[in-house]
Design a protein around this ligand. Structure first.
Ligand code: ADP
Ligand code: MG
Length: 707
């Protein structure tokens, strides 16, 4: 189906460029909507042109030549009755040069500016006209394009597509009316060819009902595809992890604390999922320190109680090790051994664990991504938990995804339930044909609600929205780095009072080597400034056991001040640490700052987070610091972050394969909600509609539906 010449009228060179825009079928062209519009319904005389205001002129070419200074460029002189104008092209095609021959009549569109040799337009759009050719009646669409694909070509292809491609409504009439959405065909035509009397402002701000209709359809396609993927995965089998065993209760009885209400609620949600004979697909969200680990432990014990294995995977050694220690501490008293797999461990140790895991002698496995490498075989994995999965690199995530299901499962799976569209989270190796382990993903980066509702629609979400009692609010201070000495004095005081501190070195994204050097220098500088203090340094290049040694020393208060690169961002839990200093805080993202700040305030002592910044601050950096200063709630920070950055980076962190929304704006949560409800309705009762809607929106990108 994908192989037939997809876009009539487009030769292979054009087709290749269209492909770059994601346009593979004629039907895709119809939904390639204008970026903006230009008013070509009027002509301006050269004399009346205002600098910087887009305008249209009708001119005759006087001369045209290729100039070589200061660089190769095409320069055409043109005139109308009122004056002269230079058209300048720094990049040009032979076809353009040909069209600009002396004597040619053109309509030229662009912004005039004063050049050295008089008025000029750089890279104007233009086309040849006959004498007395009528002006267009409506606004001219300007489409997103790519190098070498002109507006005229795009416009011609799109107009042709508009004639051929059926635009009948996929929305049932009653649904459409209920949502007061205009018809699709009319909406699409309006957006490509706005009538003369339309409000340009409504069009350009996308407030026009026609845009709303398109945005809705796009959101609906996203919902249908992700919810359907969810439903398909649910058709697979998974081990029933029933309640009634002794281990969960034993753990709860032995914990030094009681679960918070929120923890109890999410545990009920998870427990209900894994008791079903279908795989759980759940995302557990909870702010830093909200206590996700104990929930993971409970779920793992439920698996063990039912005779299955459970695995917990974390993105960094430090984080994985922290989990390993915590779980061992909790579970050893229950007579359970925890297996440990990491990239840096000795071969002998690794193969010993692998053997036990493969034989089913060890039920609980914790590790880094070493857990999903070649050669790791589980005897009967029933539950796979991935912590902070957004921190896995793109490559690792792809590798995880490929690991997706065990080869057996893949072979035995009916094609309909091939691994899901877009939103799949990593799965560990399955243990039987067409049966997959339950899956839980944990994240401390709160995902704003509309984002969770849209891009994450293939997952069920549980939220721990309450911190354990006894946490002290963290005082946040913004301090210019010219006052570094005061901050150092503050560290001295905190440590003198028996507390501990973190000093986070600047993030240097361009160069890991430079980052390392800075960390080293900071360490030396602080060591000189703070004689008598026990100071440790931890960074990404340390060997795993060196890292572990420094961390252990910090946990034991043998190290009072821990100088660190961002490796401590997640997973460190030292209640006695009360001071967090972050250098060049303006370089960090909001999620990172929030995570780092969450490392303190875990005990009963007053805690502070000092954000050192360097002047001058850029606009975004200033906005970020203001947000982190004013807010302590991770969800609110995240919501404002989404507003600041748009969904791209949140999603980028999730998975590169997800189709981005082009037209829908997630700030319009009402529309997202409506699309979600509509999708549920349609998925329940209208398979034909579902299919044709998905075909229309995603059919051209087969990888989304088939992958
Ligand atoms: P995160 O959600 O960031 O992974 P952790 O699971 O590491 O949080 O929990 C943070 C700390 O809070 C740990 O020391 C943990 O033992 C403790 N904790 C978890 N739940 C509770 C609770 N209900 N009451 C008191 N402390 C708790
Ligand atoms: Mg955690």
């Amino acid at each position: 189906m994908a192989d037939k010449p997809a876009i009539p009228g487009a030769g292979s060179a054009v087709a290749e460029k269209l492909e770059r825009l994601g346009l593979r079928r004629e039907a895709d062209l119809v939904f390639h909507l204008p970026l903006r519009y230009e008013d070509e319904t009027r002509l301006t005389t050269i004399r009346d042109a205002l600098p910087g205001v887009p305008a249209q002129f009708e001119v005759e070419v006087i001369s045209c030549e290729v100039a070589y200074r200061p660089r190769r460029q095409l320069v055409a002189k043109v005139r109308d009755d009122s004056g002269m104008l230079v058209l300048r092209f720094l990049n040009f095609y032979p076809s353009q040069q040909k069209a600009l021959q002396a004597g040619a009549r053109l309509r030229v569109f662009g912004e005039v500016r004063g050049g050295f040799f008089g008025s000029e337009i750089i890279h104007p759009r233009f086309h040849a006209v006959h004498e007395s050719e009528p002006l267009p009646q409506g606004l001219t669409p300007v489409y997103p394009t790519t190098a070498g694909l002109g507006q005229a070509t795009l416009r011609k292809l799109i107009d042709r597509a508009l004639e051929h491609v059926p635009l009948d409504d996929t929305l049932p009439e009653d649904l459409r009316r209920r949502l007061t959405l205009p018809e699709l065909a009319a909406s699409v035509r309006t957006l490509h060819h706005p009538p003369p009397d339309i409000s340009l402002e409504q069009l350009e701000t996308r407030g026009h009902p026609a845009w709303r209709r398109v945005a809705f359809d796009e959101l609906l396609a996203q919902q249908l595809s992700l919810r359907r993927a969810h439903a398909l995965r649910r058709q697979r089998g998974a081990p029933v992890l029933a309640p009634g065993g002794r281990l969960c209760d034993a753990l709860l009885a032995q914990l030094p604390f009681r679960l918070t209400g929120a923890q109890q609620r999410v545990w009920r949600e998870i427990a209900a999922d894994i008791e079903a004979p279908h795989p759980m697909q759940r995302l557990l969200q909870g702010d830093v320190g909200s206590g996700k680990t104990v929930i993971a432990a409970l779920a793992m014990l439920r698996a063990v109680d039912n005779g299955y294995q459970a695995a917990l995977m974390a993105p960094t050694e430090i984080l994985a090790e922290q989990h390993y220690r915590k779980l061992s501490q909790w579970l050893q008293p229950l007579g359970l051994e925890v297996a440990w797999l990491s990239g840096s461990q000795k071969k002998r140790e690794r193969s010993a664990w692998l053997e036990k895991v493969g034989a089913g002698d060890t039920a609980l496995v914790v590790g880094t991504h070493a857990l999903i490498e070649e050669g790791v075989e589980f005897a009967n994995l029933g539950l796979a938990i991935v912590d902070e999965q957004h921190r896995f690199g793109v490559k690792q995530r792809l590798a995880l995804k490929r690991k997706g299901m065990g080869a057996d499962a893949r072979r035995a799976a009916p094609s309909a339930s091939s691994p899901p569209v877009g939103g799949s989270e990593p799965t560990l190796r399955a243990w039987g044909a067409n049966t997959v382990p339950h899956q839980l993903t944990m994240s401390a980066t709160p995902i704003p609600r509309t984002l969770a509702m849209s891009y994450y629609a293939d997952l069920d979400v549980s939220v721990i929205d309450e911190l354990p009692p006894g946490r002290t609010p963290v005082l946040t201070k913004l301090v210019s780095d010219t006052r570094r000495e005061e901050v150092i004095a503050r560290v001295r005081d905190a440590c003198a009072a028996g507390r501990q501190a973190y000093w986070v070195c600047p993030l240097i994204e361009e160069s890991e080597a430079l980052q390392l050097k800075t960390a080293q220098e900071t360490f030396e500088h602080l060591t000189a400034e703070l004689p008598g203090l026990r100071i440790g340094l931890v960074h990404g290049r340390l060997k795993a056991e060196e890292k572990a040694a420094v961390m252990a020393a910090f946990v034991a208060n043998e190290v009072q001040l821990l100088v660190a690169t961002t490796v401590i961002e997640v997973g460190v839990d030292v209640p006695n640490a009360t001071l967090m200093v972050i250098e060049h805080a303006e370089r960090f993202g909001l999620a990172q700052l929030h995570q780092l700040r969450g490392r303190v305030g875990r005990g009963s002592f007053d805690s502070a987070c000092i954000l050192l910044y360097a002047q001058p601050l850029g606009e975004t950096a200033r906005a970020r610091l203001k947000i982190i200063f004013e807010n302590s709630d991770g969800f609110e920070i995240s919501r404002q972050d989404l507003h600041l950055r748009g969904p791209g980076e949140f999603i980028g962190a999730r998975q590169s394969g997800l189709p981005m929304l082009r037209y829908a704006d997630l700030e319009d949560s009402a529309l997202v909600e409506q699309a979600r409800t509509a999708a549920e309705e349609l998925l329940r009762g209208d398979p034909v509609i579902v299919r044709s809607h998905l075909e229309r929106w995603l059919g051209g990108r087969g990888d989304l539906l088939g992958a």
